[in-house]
Design a protein around this ligand. Structure first.
Ligand SMILES: Cc1cc2nc3c(=O)[nH]c(=O)nc-3n(C[C@H](O)[C@H](O)[C@H](O)COP(=O)(O)OP(=O)(O)OC[C@H]3O[C@@H](n4cnc5c(N)ncnc54)[C@H](O)[C@@H]3O)c2cc1C
Length: 445
């Protein structure tokens, strides 16, 4: 009798540097890989449209690679606690391995599953694979967590260096009887009526092999100019690794070790540090997507939502060229350059006076890299309510930002050539209104 090992894949859709997979292989029993589409566990947020598109293709790639190596790949849908328990019962599995997640509801589910499987005599082990530093290991001198990035990153860098990445297993041995699996196509992760994903298909190739190729080409060709031009959307020399890290097609350990072999990677690695900081912040404040990290912002006097303003922003029809270019890039490709994310977010929050949560929801639905930590963390950063946030009175002026970071107008011409030219609001007047609202909030304290 065999007692297979189940590897539960979640946000780690890769074979290389996958400690859970490695543990399963080392256990020596047949390996069953499973992915559970869980939209039912309490407080789990449904994936946005662009994320579902990415997930579909990344799962196809992972499934093919697992099967090629001789393993079994199973898809299940439903609350993870019952889906995993059912798979264990059906296969007689003796062990379940996974890489850790750091969101509040996900941790609750994982703890519950770990406890109940162990009570049933099943071996369960979880591993660090998605963050370079475990959130509970990075502490201030006073034993609390950091709320400012620079000392946070300094403290991380003073810890033992991130471990070396693990190699990809060459062979996987599956069970003789492969358990039943859902059909991926029946999950309807891809849009059909209408099929709005043409731009995503043109732009991206999800999956681990393409992720590794992009890491190599970024380090070889783009890293050199990264420090000086990373803020220029037309330069096209940032890594574009965010969806790869979001879906775990690459591990941060792989990125870290590959980058540190190159001179001048410090600035790039500190961006990986911001990713860590966002996740650590979420770990310590699980309501990051819905509640102001700084509670004084609960008194912010948001005016009644003007749906026409929100719609103009979403469609890239604000009449402000850099904002419209960014929103159109997002709609077409599922991605937007970081500088432009900051400008479009600031415009929504401070010039249109729309609550940051409405913008976060739109990005959640349209970004291929939307994740539980980075999206809400950065929206709160722009809003002034988050960790180490930009001061509220720093209202980006999209026209000056365009002059500075899109000097020749390449980016705006590429994305906003036929956008409206009449601004829907006056930048100066709305800036004054935002600062007045902020003063009102401060007086309310
Ligand atoms: C309003 C807003 C929303 C955002 N939403 C997301 C999101 O949902 N998912 C996401 O991954 N990033 C988000 N970001 C951060 C950032 O814009 C993207 O990570 C970056 O644009 C991805 O491009 P890149 O991979 O070429 O970045 P690079 O400049 O090459 O950076 C390397 C990696 O560092 C990480 N990183 C860089 N900047 C940040 C940052 N500010 N916060 C956290 N991680 C960072 C990413 O993993 C990125 O891939 C958001 C930023 C803003 C202002």
């Amino acid at each position: 009798m065999t007692s297979p090992s189940i590897v539960w894949f979640r946000d780690d859709l890769r074979l290389a540097d996958n400690p859970a997979l490695r543990a399963a292989v080392e256990r020596g029993e047949p390996v069953i890989a499973v992915y559970v589409l869980d939209e039912e566990s309490p407080e789990f947020r449904s994936l946005g449209g662009a994320a579902r598109w990415w997930l579909h293709h990344s799962l196809v790639s992972l499934r093919d690679r697992v099967i090629e190596r001789g393993g079994a790949f199973v898809l299940r849908r439903g609350a993870a606690a019952s889906a995993i328990a059912e798979l264990v019962a059906q296969t007689g599995a003796g062990a379940v391995f996974w890489n850790r997640r750091y969101g509040g509801p996900q941790r609750d589910v994982d703890t519950q599953i770990k406890t109940s499987l162990r009570e049933g005599g099943v071996e369960v082990r979880s591993f660090a694979a998605s963050l370079l530093f475990e959130p509970w290991t990075v502490r201030t001198g006073g034993g609390t967590h950091f709320s400012v990035f620079t000392p946070f990153w300094r403290a991380c860098l003073a810890l033992p260096a991130p471990r070396a990445p693990l190699p990809e297993p060459r062979e996987l041995r599956g069970p003789t009887r492969v358990p039943a699996s859902d059909e991926l196509d029946r999950w309807s992760l891809l849009p059909s009526r209408p099929d709005w994903a043409a731009g995503l298909r043109e732009t991206w190739e999800p999956g681990e092999p393409a992720a590794r190729a992009r890491l190599r080409s970024f380090l070889r060709e783009d890293l050199r100019g990264y420090d000086t031009t990373r803020d220029e959307p037309a330069a096209g020399n940032t890594s574009l690794l965010s969806p790869r890290l979001r879906w775990g097609e690459l591990s941060p350990f792989t990125v870290w070790h590959a980058a540190t072999e190159h001179e001048g990677a410090g600035r790039f690695l500190s961006e990986i540090g911001w990713r860590e900081f966002a996740w650590h912040t979420l770990f310590h404040f699980p309501q990051l997507a819905t509640r102001n990290l700084r509670p004084e912002f609960d008194a912010f006097p948001w005016p009644r939502l003007q749906p026409t303003h929100l719609a103009a922003w979403q469609r890239g029809e604000t009449g402000i060229p850099l904002v419209d270019a960014g929103m159109r890039e997002l709609w077409h490709t599922g991605f937007m350059h970081n500088r432009v994310r900051m400008v479009t977010a600031s415009f929504l929050i401070k010039n249109l006076l729309v609550d940051w949560r409405r913008g976060e929801e739109w990005f959640w639905d349209t970004l291929v890299d939307a994740d539980d930590a980075a999206n809400s963390f950065n929206w709160q950063w722009v809003a002034g309510s988050g960790a180490d946030a930009a001061p509220y009175f720093r209202v980006f002026n999209p026209e000056l930002q365009a002059k500075k970071f899109d000097r020749d107008g390449h980016y705006i011409r590429e994305w906003a050539r036929d956008a409206p030219t009449e601004p829907i609001v006056d930048l100066g007047e709305t800036r004054k209104a935002a600062l007045a609202a902020y003063e009102q909030m401060r007086r309310a304290r």
